[in-house]
Design a protein around this ligand. Structure first.
Ligand code: GDP
Ligand code: IMO
Ligand code: MG
Length: 458
């Protein structure tokens, strides 16, 4: 495709915070993850308004795809500003760090021509995912299944077990690796974990291989050695310092509102608070610094893992069409993502919880059918629900509205004037449905590249 220099998507205003202080903006997914947050973060950072980008929750369960100048990088733990030179990268205290993934990503980035080491800062209070956490994740999924419950369908990256250790006050902190008693702490925790694994084995028949555990331990220990050479510091202090210097920071949400541990479809959620409210706690900055909240959605919806999905496309062959056209396979696990229509009922819930005031809509190029649907309400036993249900399995039917689709017509379009009539009507329709909320659609994605978008509201 011919390279056309695009206008910047929704340039963040060069406003400064109170008395010359900087501010924190947040990017959050408003669906079930994989909305294209990585792409939007990368694009926002190119405006030179932010001096750094920070992860504040989650871990290597995330998979954020960045594409530019024929380069593709999927970040699981390294923040999405890695393909932007001069942007500081922070991993906050709220993150559970998969050290093997971290070291691998740093080396992949080096091969792509980006040495991120001098600008990467890892909180000494971030938590360490141990080599046994992924095994415990597997064991817990096995146990759920064994009890006749449905699996959560986790990414098996050890996220739940690590956060469980955090809450039980026995987790290893990143800063621990630099202290003399790290080996003892690690040994004690590993013994505790092995007791659990043996319990799952003896009582429930969970199988694990000692050889695999040994291999994982060696890899983990080697990664820890490399981690010691990176910049481990008090990220909260550093970010506060930058803000006082008048610099602005972008907080990078992972997962999405519908996977939030408190407000998602529990227990089919991740183990952290994904909401922007957690930026303050997961980074160690007062919430008064937070300004704009960018919410990211797709023009349709996807979900990977267990749990109910009311907006799912019922016709399997049509769902497959979206899956293939949208490349809907997990960036972390490669699992096929379920595809559904845009769910305005869930979206309104997510906007209410997150406070998102600017919306990015991605994948507006993918719409293969003549007719598409939008979910506008949920029903339980024939009654329309006024509030979001406690459990999504209480939804027995959905209310939908139908409208014309637009095929592939909008791929790569970078100018609002050049989009198809059907897409334009769709965007106006969505805008209208959200008009009572304090929210604006600012830009629309028409392809995977940083430059693939058009501004909707400037
Ligand atoms: P994230 O987890 O929210 O960062 O999203 P992922 O990277 O897991 O998944 C989004 C996928 O959609 C990636 O493969 C992106 O390259 C791709 N993508 C993002 N925006 C668009 C878009 O507007 N159109 C198309 N066709 N692909 C997009
Ligand atoms: P990004 O940041 C989509 C889902 C898993 C599972 C549930 C719990 O790329 O949008 P976990 O491993 O966190 O304990 O799994 O959450 N999940 C995601 N789904 N995108 C993600 O991240 C996800 N991270 C976790 O599929 O259903
Ligand atoms: Mg993803």
């Amino acid at each position: 495709m011919k390279k056309v220099k695009n206008k910047k998507a929704c340039p963040p205003s060069l406003r400064s915070g109170v008395s010359g202080r900087g501010f924190v903006d947040v990017v959050v997914g408003l669906q079930w993850g994989d909305e294209g947050k990585g792409k939007n973060i990368d694009e926002l950072l190119s405006h030179k308004v932010y001096s750094g980008v920070a992860r504040f929750q989650g871990g290597a369960n995330a998979g954020h795809t960045l594409k530019c100048e024929n380069k593709t990088f999927i970040g699981h733990i390294v923040p999405s500003g890695c393909l932007q030179k001069n942007i500081e990268l922070y991993i906050g205290n709220g993150v559970v760090v998969d050290v093997i993934s971290l070291i691998k990503e740093i080396s992949e980035l080096k091969k792509l021509g980006f040495n991120v080491i001098p600008r990467l800062y890892i909180s000494n209070r971030a938590k360490l995912v141990s080599y046994l956490h992924p095994f415990l994740d597997q064991a817990e999924e096995f146990y759920r299944n064994n009890k006749g419950e449905k699996k959560v369908g986790t990414t098996l990256k050890g996220i739940g077990p690590t956060y469980a250790d955090v809450r039980a006050r026995r987790a290893l902190l990143i800063g621990d690796i630099l202290l003399p008693d790290f080996k003892i702490k690690e040994r004690n925790l590993s013994e505790f974990h092995k007791n659990f694994l043996n319990m799952y084995k003896k009582k429930y028949g969970f199988k694990f291989s000692e050889t695999e555990i040994k291999k994982a331990k060696i890899k983990w220990q080697s990664a820890i050695k490399k981690l010691k050479k990176l910049q481990i510091c008090d990220v909260s202090y550093l970010v506060q310092k930058r803000l006082k210097e008048g610099k602005n920071i972008l907080a990078e949400g992972s997962q999405a509102v519908m996977l939030d541990i408190d407000f998602g479809d529990y227990p089919n959620v991740t183990s952290s608070n994904t909401l922007p409210a957690n930026v303050s706690l997961g980074l160690g900055v007062p919430h008064t610094y937070i300004q704009t909240i960018y919410g990211v959605i797709k023009a349709y919806t996807t979900k990977v893992g267990g749990g109910d999905f009311p907006a799912r496309i019922k016709d399997a062959s049509l769902e497959k069409l979206f899956q293939d056209a949208g490349g809907e396979f997990g960036s972390t696990t490669g699992r096929p993502r379920m595809c559904g229509w845009l769910d305005l009922f869930a979206l309104r819930y997510a906007i209410g919880l997150s406070g998102a005031n600017k919306i990015f809509i991605n994948k507006a190029d993918i719409c293969l059918t003549n007719k598409i649907k939008v979910v506008t309400g949920y029903k339980h036993a024939g009654e329309k629900l006024k509030e979001f249900p406690l459990y999504l399995n209480q939804v027995t039917d959905v209310v939908t509205e139908e409208m014309p689709g637009w095929g592939y017509a909008n791929y790569g379009v970078r100018n609002k004037e050049k989009i198809s009539l059907e897409l334009s009507s769709y965007l106006k329709y969505v805008e209208n449905k959200l008009s009572d909320l304090d929210v604006k659609i600012v830009s629309v994605g028409t392809g995977p590249d940083r430059e693939h978008f058009f501004n909707w509201n400037d």
